[in-house]
Design a protein around this ligand. Sequence first.
Ligand code: DQQ
Length: 506
Amino acid sequence: NAMFYWQRSAYHFQPQKNWMNDPNGPLYHKGWYHLFYQYNPYSAIWGNITWGHAVSRDLIHWLYLPLAMVPDRWFDFYGVWTGSATLLPDGQILVLYTGKTNESMQVQNLAYPANLSDPLLLHWLKYPGNPVMVPPLGIQHDDFRDPTTAWLGHDGTWRLTLGSKLGMWECVDFYPVAINGSVALDTSALGPGVKHVLKASLDDTKVDHYAIGSYDPMTDKWTPDNPEEDVGVGLKVDYGRYYASKTFFDHHKQRRVLWGWINETDTETADLQKGWASLQTIPRTVLYDNKTGTNILQWPVEEVESLRLNNTVFKEVVVEPGSVVPLDIGTATQLDILAEFEIEALDISSTTNQVLDCGGGAAERSTYGPFGLLVIADASLSELTPIYFRPLNASDRSLRTYFCTDTTRSSKASDVFKQVYGGKVPVLDDEKYNMRVLVDHSIVESFGQGGRTVISSRIYPTEAIYGAAKLLLFNNASRVNVKATLKIWEMNSAFIRPFPVEGDDS
Ligand code: DQQ
């Protein structure tokens, strides 16, 4: 549909048409990254859920493949729901997924590639003895789903975790991180020097929450480092429009890679009109942040840098209180931005206490902020999306910083959901404020302080499209100048297209 065509992203994975939700069973096999995803082959809204399938050499350029699994057995009659892949030491690949049975019960099923020597893993077999797990006594038949990748205990037994109620935990993820912060670990890694991240997607709020803790393999108990930051009450994987994330260990590049689903914030009617819905984030590496010891670090996989074209550098641009500075970079719809900010003459003794959050948005001024970027803005600033830092005085006089995205003025359209997103971000004493922002038409992914706090958002501008989209700096601090240094790349488009398979003469 031409009217909505500009909303298609240029380098984010999205279905050619129809509805997509959770990433499923990501894995690397014989030179190819495989992404499966919850997919409705018939419509741009959720339903008839199958496993869509795509492959890539580099996590950026993708080939769509035929559906990997469709509901064709009694044990997945109402849907092939979310699941994960486990690579066994002997090279086998096992997938465990949730099936919704002919009686609407949620059960766990095994599947495996028909032919491991096929790098594209085109054909999948479902284990004839399925289901392999049914809801245990006391668990509702529709509250039992989304198995993780399995890990191997010292006793030789494979374990996995999955979600249930109180307050449905969907798409649980559970993985080790190295305390030294420099290497990624295989899912079965245990022992000293290892912590474990537990992540749950909370069905009632549609937020991915995580916490860092210790896993005792003898008792199979996980304990959060800080009980006040336990899963569901503390950190979010992403503070924006983001859900159902899942990691996998990429043994090819020895890294842990995180996928996440970015849903639309427009209406179902608009999705049906444009004929597709949802995107996946640019895959992100995940490491433990050994500088703060309190959070993970997320960063776009290095392969996205292969899309960088010409760059423009701005050095120490001074932005005065209450002002904006246009950045003359030409077309600003596909960008990779690195920005660093310094506050001039910071004197934190002289301010009053302020509300500790993102405020009412980028227009709400305080002593030290907000300051940052205006992305996807039109020339008259009738549409704009601020990505900003908001440093504030806590009652103990220490400075606390929030990293935020304000989508309330991102579109003149009235039938889109607009919100101020954000959360706290640790800024250490010797650090400047820094952000990385990936802009791709209708999606903005922002990484604060090297990926300590991350925000993804969907925006639907009506004016600030194609050549009309601009990039600016802004400073809404009431008292201080901000100095900004930036490096900005225009981004190429990725190839994301169908793979010609046998029998396909299109
Ligand atoms: N999506 C799947 C479920 C999962 C939910 C169904 C999360 O398996 O719990 O499409 O978005």
